[in-house]
Design a protein around this ligand. Sequence first.
Ligand code: DGL
Length: 288
Amino acid sequence: MTTPAADPALSAADPRSAPAASRRRADAPIGVFDSGVGGLTVLADIRRLLPAEDLLYVADSGYAPYGDRPEAQIRARAGRVTDFLVAQGAKAIVIACNTATGAAAAQLRARHALPIIAMEPAVKPAAACTRSGVVGVLATSGTLKSDKFEALRGRFHGAVEVLTQPCPGLVELIEAGDFGAAALRALLTDLLLPLLERGADTLVLGCTHYPLVRGLIQDIAGPGITITDAGGAVARQLRHRLSDTQLLRAGPPAGHVRCWTSAPAPATAATIIRRVWGAPIAVEVLPE
Ligand code: DGL
């Protein structure tokens, strides 16, 4: 992990971004990143909505989980990964990670003159559909501690009760790729019960890893519980921003997907990425 003081990614607006920005074209790729495989859930939503776009994905699994790291470390990683994607010619960046959004979205926007789309836990749709008036948010400790989340929660204060549940250990189990593991069901049961006992009838998946175990969450919570996530909304927001800036790529042909990982065991990581993605995908090692 680079120390923040040594990392130029943490400095303010960088003129190196300007020439790249002026060369951006509609047929350039979209850069998407997360601390690991979780952002693939957002990538899938983007692919469904914008099938003509070329997509670049970085799984920063060598540094996962982001959720328990100090903000300065997450900012440093988000800065490095975004620099890499911009150097690959990305016309827009999607921060497919709630934790990195809270820690780094403002700095990335100050530094890069291109559309940067970020996550927001789907509290708004959850508040609109709860019948009990109690919404439960599952997210990393980093997301729940961020000013951004506090502001989001404040917007619904009084209208609905927003319960929060940090989920230490969950991202690690999901990154391991064994979605049938007994330990995963046991941990999810422990995390969900306090929310359900306090009357939550709507759950917000406030970390992009969690939709990968949505079926298990629904199974534990029961059929009467509604589950929301923000992947679809982020894909729509991306389409809107690209359209506004004349950067939307018209199809056909269908776009390509390329992926990089910083995992210490890239071959194992590639197997898990392909299993999660559910289709052939080229996986390369992220240069340090
Ligand atoms: N998928 C991420 C998020 O949405 C990061 C989880 C982590 O690395 O802790 O917060």
